[in-house]
Design a protein around this ligand. Structure first.
Ligand SMILES: *[C@@H]1O[C@H](CO)[C@@H](O)[C@H](O)[C@H]1NC(C)=O
Ligand SMILES: *[C@@H]1O[C@H](CO)[C@@H](O)[C@H](O)[C@H]1NC(C)=O
Ligand SMILES: *[C@@H]1O[C@H](CO)[C@@H](O)[C@H](O)[C@H]1NC(C)=O
Ligand SMILES: *[C@@H]1O[C@H](CO)[C@@H](O)[C@H](O)[C@H]1NC(C)=O
Ligand SMILES: *[C@@H]1O[C@H](CO)[C@@H](O)[C@H](O)[C@H]1NC(C)=O
Length: 468
């Protein structure tokens, strides 16, 4: 009975997916004149909507749906019909057609290699995902703008809470060259490698809450690249992307109205109530790496059948709108729920995660929480307590297969909900966690299907849905 209630609260996750469905809906309804200019692959395309990429989803949950409107559709209207890069567009059309062709196969699982397969219990559509991933490997070319100087451009933090920002920028700048091109006219996507975290460090005066210097920097950067190169103006920035894990990433992107409304923004702070648009923006996992490395304790979690003595664990400050509610109801209230504001010095945070069945991941000052990825590493089932959070890679992954989502309004019933999850389901969720762990790992150099590639794939998916 409890399990059913949980299912209801998990529905939020699928709302995100509904949003993805709408992307395709928008684009398939549009600019027919243009699309006719592509020959066979595009004709093929029309037969199968990208809807199938995300599989059958429950269309409950209204929030992302409300974000989507004709207004957004108009942002993607063709800007110019005379692109020198018709060949690029044809390649993209072929990629779309290939994805759509396999999307209808609906295999229960798809083999990646002798050691890996992906299954429909965890992925929305294994065939479509694997195909779009392979199309990315086969075709994707990203141009990284050379404009701008250190320390704010071409670098970012690779330690602590904003690790994912710096590691992605570094990977694009210095890592695998497979996806990079030095010839911008051959690129599908254009990356603006500035770091909002470093803007905060170097441009912001502490305690002023004056973000103008950040907005000015972003505005100047876009002005610079759009004056020096033809690419930005060609699409009004629609094939350009930025990435930031800082809480103020979304605010900084307001420095240019087109960047905000049209470009792909890859953000940890993916708050759909604050302009994050799951149709075009990408939710970036937040990863906290003290010293730049995963804590050794989290490298090899205990076997799935090992006893976890604690039902649930959380430790963290009273930040943001959700945690006060959680702490109010549960701090020091119940011996099964280990809920701390500050963890006593003699206790170890990661040991706690490894000994707990559920790890609570409430929003803080922003929607994302590094706890989610830590919980994935610890194979402690993440319990997402967050309003308006668009979860990372949710266009590909079924979050309900490896996490719980509990509505903030149900926090008072949290214990009841958690003890209502059957042992069977706990084992399945843990299996799910083991399955998706690789997507949340940062490797140096990057490896197939790891976090770098999953981020890039999310951006690629949005580019695939784009028409000029
Ligand atoms: C979460 O709770 C609020 C307030 O009760 C409600 O309006 C909302 O629909 C709920 N969301 C889901 C997905 O159940
Ligand atoms: C999917 O299933 C079809 C039909 O059973 C099979 O021919 C194909 O090889 C499968 N695809 C993959 C990628 O496993
Ligand atoms: C599969 O795993 C084995 C043992 O770990 C390894 O030697 C082999 O290279 C792996 N194969 C692939 C395709 O990754
Ligand atoms: C792009 O448009 C802006 C504003 O209209 C203009 O100032 C700029 O010169 C244009 N860039 C190029 C390369 O033509
Ligand atoms: C998300 O945005 C809404 C609307 O601005 C805000 O009320 C809420 O506090 C934000 N969530 C977090 C965790 O910051």
């Amino acid at each position: 009975m409890m399990a059913r209630r949980i299912t209801v609260s998990i529905v939020v996750v699928s709302a995100v997916i509904v949003a993805v469905i709408y992307i395709s809906g928008l684009f398939s309804g549009e600019d027919d004149g243009l699309r006719r200019s592509f020959s066979d692959p595009e004709a093929e395309l029309k037969k199968l909507p990208v809807v199938q990429l995300v599989g059958a989803t429950r269309k409950r949950g209204d929030e992302p749906r409300a974000v989507i409107s004709a207004e957004i559709a108009s942002r993607f209207k063709p800007i110019s019909r005379k692109r020198a890069s018709d060949k690029l567009e044809e390649g993209l059309a072929r990629a779309r057609a290939a994805v759509r062709r396999v999307a209808s196969l609906r295999n229960k699982s798809v083999i990646i290699d002798s050691n890996h397969s992906i299954s429909s219990s965890i992925y929305r559509n294994p065939n479509a995902f694997l195909q779009s991933y392979k199309e990315m490997e086969r075709r994707l070319k990203v141009y990284v703008y050379e404009e701008g100087e250190l320390p704010i451009v071409h670098d970012g933090p690779c330690k602590d809470i904003y690790t994912s920002e710096g590691r992605f920028i570094h990977e694009m700048e210095h890592g695998s060259h497979r996806f990079k091109t030095s010839r911008p006219e051959q690129a599908h996507l254009y990356f603006m490698p500035f770091s909002v975290t470093w803007m905060v460090k170097y441009l912001y005066s502490p305690n002023t809450y004056n973000l103008t210097p950040l907005l000015e920097f972003v505005s100047d950067y876009v002005k610079l690249i759009s004056t020096k190169h033809p690419f930005w103006n060609r699409t009004q920035g629609a094939d350009h992307f930025m990435l930031s894990c800082h809480d103020w990433g979304p605010r900084a992107s307001e420095g240019n109205a087109r960047l905000y409304s049209t470009s792909i923004r890859v953000l940890c702070n993916a708050n759909s109530s604050e302009g994050f648009n799951p149709q075009k923006d990408v939710s970036l996992p937040e990863i906290r790496l003290y010293g730049g490395y995963v804590d050794p304790k989290l490298i090899s979690p205990p076997p799935p059948t090992a006893q976890r003595p604690h039902l649930a664990f959380f430790a963290g400050g009273l930040h943001g709108p959700v945690r006060p509610v959680l702490l109010h109801h549960w701090k020091g209230r119940d011996p099964d729920l280990h809920i701390y504001e500050y963890l006593p010095k003699n206790l170890n945070y990661y040991d706690y995660m490894l000994k707990s069945k559920f790890c609570l991941c409430p929003s803080g000052y922003e929607v994302a929480s590094p706890r989610i990825v830590e919980a994935i590493y610890a194979e402690c089932i993440p319990v997402i307590l967050s309003d308006h959070y668009i979860l990372p890679f949710s266009d590909v992954l079924r979050w309900e297969a490896f996490s719980l989502q509990v509505n903030v309004s149900e926090i008072a019933r949290l214990k009841e909900i958690l003890i209502g999850v059957s042992e069977d389901k706990v084992l399945r969720l843990k299996e799910g966690l083991r399955g998706i762990r690789k997507h949340f790992v940062l490797n140096q150099p990057a490896e197939r299907f790891d976090m770098f590639h999953m981020i890039l794939h999310s951006v690629w998916l949005r580019r695939l849905n784009l028409r000029f």
